[in-house]
Design a protein around this ligand. Structure first.
Ligand code: PLP
Length: 470
């Protein structure tokens, strides 16, 4: 294939994509294939001779699509939404056509400066103060790793990168039991060790960290000769939307000189609505905050917005300047590769620009408000049914429930069977989690094209499937 043939196929792909999005609601949400189906459909050895695009495209439709779980489906209520709004997909198409490398200002000046501006648009949209600067990371996991490395270097007086960790003080990092597993991995990769990730007990409906217990844990570690380095807080944890009391925990961290990172990967998008900021008062005191516009906001994956109150600490931790990366003669420019672990960087700011300009912040707010309102409506309707128990309350658009008909003995097995039956049915897609050891079912609404009718259909599907089980 050469570029003379590209436009024809590009039009075909665009038509296909439009049709896909308009009709995705007719497909089962979760792929209905079995393990091995895709593998067996692919030849064991690569072709020696090139093939025509017709054959490749036909195989894509026939062999690949049945094995896709449709994250853009309007009745995707599992995990968290991973939206790809139309303008952000167009921006990604352009980005992949240009394929710039955005590691330094000079390797892509427009991308760098647009990233600075888009991160500031997002900062304002979330109501964060002007002293926050931002960078777009590939994932929340990467942002959390960057924050943990910063905590480490700061606590070790910038000696860890140089000397390695042996012989240096044992660092301690604090979080609740509700944080995402990306925190564990960041701790492993940073060489701090799982044993030094201190799980502070939670309390209350929001399942947030108990500040008094945080204080006690820090003091006990100091008394034992260990060195506290930082606190990782969550706003909208993955399982149930757990949210730490941000103001109280940050005050304690600051009293001990500790760096704070807030993981709001999912719920951060909701903070474009002022009424939802009541979930994170005190956020302006955080050192580092991450949220994923690629989840609820609508930007095509991947796109993680990472805000820093003092980017110098991060840059001091991650910047590396061999001669070939130096940009001589330009003062005050930003080289974003010094703000992230990978060197190579995609032009992610473009899709934020396309997205925000197309809908306006108000258009994006309206979607999120609808999702929250409809989700709460479903919560009331379902938990009013005799055999359904509310487990955790709605946190934004996320809540959990359990099917508990009278006389049922093994509720974990029953609820797992229910979730599997629902997903085999295919009209909606849900996932399970554990709350205090019990297996429960999660519901969240956040797909860009979800309607009120889609959310309310979940009521019928859940009840039908449950009654068929028993
Ligand atoms: C989705 C999620 C993550 C992981 O995000 P990635 O961008 O996939 O690394 C981390 N924390 C929370 C709370 C999340 O919801």
């Amino acid at each position: 294939m050469n570029w003379n043939d590209f436009a024809g196929w590009g039009r075909k792909v665009a038509d296909w994509a439009q049709d896909y999005h308009l009709t995705v609601g007719d497909r089962p949400v979760r792929a209905q294939t079995k393990p091995g189906d895709m593998l067996n459909a692919l030849p064991q050895t690569p072709p020696e001779q090139g093939e025509g695009m017709e054959a490749i495209f036909a195989d894509f439709e026939e062999k690949v699509m049945p094995g896709i779980t449709h994250w853009q489906h309007p009745r995707f209520f599992a995990y968290f939404a991973s939206n790809a709004a139309a303008p952000s997909v167009l921006a990604e198409f352009l980005t992949s056509a240009i394929a710039p490398q955005c590691m330094l200002w000079q390797t892509s000046p427009a991308a760098t400066e647009m990233e600075t501006r888009m991160m500031d648009w997002l900062r304002q949209s979330l109501g964060l103060p002007e002293d926050f600067q931002g960078v777009i990371q590939d994932s929340a996991s990467s942002a959390t790793l960057a924050a943990v490395l910063t905590m480490r270097e700061r606590a070790l007086n910038w000696q860890g990168n140089q000397q390695g960790l042996s012989g240096l003080p044992t660092l301690r990092i604090y979080c609740s039991s509700e944080v995402h597993t990306s925190v564990d991995r960041a701790i492993w990769v940073a060489g701090i060790g799982q044993a030094n990730l201190v799980r502070v007990p939670i309390k209350g409906d929001w399942r947030g960290m108990d500040p008094a217990a945080l204080e006690t844990a820090i003091q006990a570690d100091k008394a034992a000769g260990l060195q506290p380095a930082g606190v990782i807080l969550c706003v909208g944890g993955t399982g149930t939307g757990a949210t730490d009391p941000i103001a109280d925990c940050i005050t304690i961290a600051q009293n001990h000189g500790l760096y704070t990172h807030v993981d709001a990967a999912w719920a951060g998008s909701a903070m474009i609505c002022p009424e939802f900021r009541t979930y994170w008062p005190g956020i302006e005191g955080a050192d580092s905050i991450v949220f994923n516009p690629h989840k609820w906001l609508g930007a095509q994956f991947d796109c993680s917005a990472h805000f820093l109150r003092n980017a110098d600490d991060l840059v001091r931790t991650l910047a590396i300047s061999p001669e070939y990366l130096k940009t001589h003669g330009h003062d005050g420019i930003i080289n974003y590769s010094e703000w992230s672990v990978p060197l190579g960087r995609r032009f992610r700011a473009l899709k934020i620009w396309f997205l925000i300009r197309t809908y306006g912040i108000e258009g994006l707010r309206q979607r999120i408000r609808n999702h929250v309102a409809w989700s709460r409506q479903l919560h009331s309707a379902l938990t009013a049914e005799p055999d359904f128990e509310a487990i955790t309350p709605p946190m934004w658009s996320l809540w959990t429930f359990r099917y508990a008909p009278k006389g049922a003995t093994d509720l974990d097995a029953l609820n797992l069977a229910l979730v599997n039956a629902i997903n085999d049915d295919g009209r909606i897609y849900l996932t399970q989690t554990r709350v205090d050891g019990a297996l429960v079912i999660r519901f969240q609404a956040g797909a860009f094209e979800t309607t009120e009718a889609d959310v309310m259909l979940a009521h019928q599907v859940i009840c039908d499937m449950a009654r068929n089980l028993t």
